[in-house]
Design a protein around this ligand. Structure first.
Ligand code: AHR
Length: 305
């Protein structure tokens, strides 16, 4: 009889639904769209209630979203920080409310690592190194390079630049002659590449773009300028989205370094581990590869994003 009473009170029976708040950077690139899809579909698959918020690349919107998740007393907060700094006050509010935080894709720059449970995502410095190594080899150690950086102050822009420079500095004839942010978008990538071409023209041998979308925008700018992308200007970028493979098959992009956006399964594995009070590593690194133009045709059908 007790069980009947408990059941009718909802004390026993269906397990309580996990509620997760997720603050996404925006929809700036094909990578981000695939990342959002991975998070939303995985929540659905597992029957987890997801409160999803798109910050449109603005930190203030992310802070607002996190505060609203705290007010709604969600079980876990996940977010992909648009920039690295400025998160401590809001993360302390989450900590005070005893809501665990998972950093997905991008890191925050804070000494207080107690503000999040785990950080999962790529090793962006290593991605920059991979792009640098590939380019140095391709150019036989000699090139005037232009660089399209990601969003100013974001972890991938800071780290990819660092990794790339670490490699390039051992080649005295590999020089970055222009470097500017294209905000990880196609339109900004095109616009900034137009300015690079106006200033340097045929002096440019190679382009390092911090993501494929900016490289695709730049390809358009190079064609409109009357040069052949992939031939007159050698291009390496990061992400390995389908659009990059298509550009490689057309001979317009030379290499893409993989950065996987398919973080949904590991993100919700972490959520479930937290709910089950299981320990988690502080850092979960995504495994990734690198794809030169020569393998593009063979690999494209297997790509999931
Ligand atoms: O944080 C990952 C980066 O963000 C991707 O490389 C880029 O395409 C996205 O916008």
């Amino acid at each position: 009889c007790c069980l009947v009473i408990l059941l009718s009170l909802g004390v026993v029976g269906a397990a309580k639904k996990i509620v997760v708040g997720f603050s996404q950077v925006g929809a700036e690139s094909a990578w981000r769209t695939a990342n959002t899809e991975s998070i939303i579909s995985e929540a659905k698959k597992r029957g987890i209630e997801l409160k999803f918020s798109d910050a449109q690349q603005k930190q203030e919107n992310q802070i607002k979203a996190i505060r609203s998740f705290i007010a709604q007393k969600v079980d876990v907060i996940g977010f992909s920080p648009v920039v690295e700094t400025g998160w401590e006050p809001v993360l302390r509010e989450a900590k005070r409310a005893k809501i665990p935080v998972i950093l997905s894709d991008r890191a925050v720059d804070s000494k207080d690592t107690s503000l999040w449970v785990t950080f999962m995502g790529s090793d962006f410095v290593e991605e920059g190194r991979r792009a640098g190594k590939w380019l140095a080899e391709k150019m036989k150690g000699k090139a005037n390079i232009v660089e399209l950086q990601g969003t100013v102050g974001s972890a991938p822009a800071i780290d990819r630049k660092e990794g790339f420079e670490e490699i390039i500095k051992s080649y005295p004839n590999m020089k970055v002659i222009k470097s500017q942010s294209g905000d990880f978008t196609r339109s900004k990538g095109k616009e900034v590449m137009e300015a690079f071409l106006k200033a340097e023209g045929k002096n440019i041998d190679a382009l390092f773009a911090h993501n494929d979308d900016m490289a695709i925008g730049a390809i358009q700018a190079i064609e409109e300028y009357g040069l052949k992308p992939g031939k007159d200007i050698i291009i390496v970028s990061i992400d390995a989205v389908r659009g990059a493979f298509e550009a490689m098959i057309e001979g317009k992009l030379n290499c893409t370094v993989e950065c996987s956006p398919l973080l949904g399964p590991q993100f919700f594995d972490a959520v479930e581990a937290i709910m089950a009070k299981k320990p988690l590593p502080k850092r979960i690194v995504t495994k990734e590869g690198i794809f030169p133009q020569e393998v593009a045709k063979e690999v494209l059908p297997t790509r999931k994003y």
